[in-house]
Write a protein of this length. Structure first.
Length: 238
């Protein structure tokens, strides 16, 4: 089994790559920066994993096509790469260019990478796609006065992009169900990584803990769910 994990040189993506390698998969560790990707892959190889780096910028079609062309097999795709956009910037003060930049990585990049490797996934005996989303993309959470996410500052970038990613996940699941490709979104929770280091409250959840739900969805049995949104506790409401 071969897996490709985007944005895997650090954080949750790195822990996903480590977890899939520990389960015996050959892992392609995607990273925008070649040197960082090589160092991250070397660390996992030192732990016994079959891991090799691949230069992959999800906003750059040339690197996407080159990465896809380097593969002769793919069973698992984890679309992990993402950007947060500015923190604390309300919708009324958000330039359109800022929203476009976040969507290019968090939504358009997922579409480009997935489409580039679909021919390989269709040939796999057990193809799985996991899109790393976020609980902040849940409209139910955001509109429930009793849920803490409804009290977070309003934002037009990261939460909106993850809601869009959830819908994209559903649409891929509808298209690919007939091919046996299970497509799901994962909510890893807020983890102590570079991604959350500027938040105004402490985060104690580890990247490895956040990666667990992603790894579970990447290794679902043939009768597993598709078109769903999951965290550690099960389904997340849309």
């Amino acid at each position: 089994m071969t897996a490709l994990v985007t944005g895997a040189n650090k954080g949750i993506g790195h822990e996903v790559a480590a977890g899939l390698a520990a389960r015996g998969m050959s892992v392609l560790l995607g990273s925008r920066d070649r040197a960082r990707g090589e160092r991250a892959a070397a660390r996992l190889r030192a732990e016994g994993g079959d891991v090799r780096p691949v230069v992959l910028d999800v906003t750059d079609p040339a690197t996407i096509q080159a990465a896809a062309a380097s593969l002769d097999r793919l069973d698992v795709l984890v679309n992990n790469a993402g950007v947060s956009g500015p923190l604390g910037e309300p919708p009324g003060g958000t330039p359109a260019a800022t929203l476009r930049e976040v969507f290019e990585t968090n939504v358009v990049g997922v579409l480009m990478v997935t489409n580039a490797v679909l021919p390989l996934l269709r040939r796999s005996p057990a193809p799985r796609v996991v899109n790393v989303s976020s609980g902040v993309g849940s409209l139910a959470h955001q509109t429930d006065p009793g849920h803490y996410m409804s009290a977070l500052p309003a934002s037009a970038t990261y939460p909106v992009s993850k809601t869009a990613l959830n819908q994209l996940t559903v649409q891929y699941a509808r298209e690919l169900r007939k091919d046996g490709i299970l497509v799901n979104a994962a909510a890893p929770g807020a983890c102590a990584t570079d991604f959350t280091k500027d938040l105004p409250f402490p985060i104690t959840r580890t990247a490895a803990q956040g990666a667990a739900v992603v790894i579970r969805l990447a290794t679902l049995p043939a009768d597993g769910p598709t078109g769903g949104f999951f965290d550690d506790d099960g389904r997340v409401p849309w």
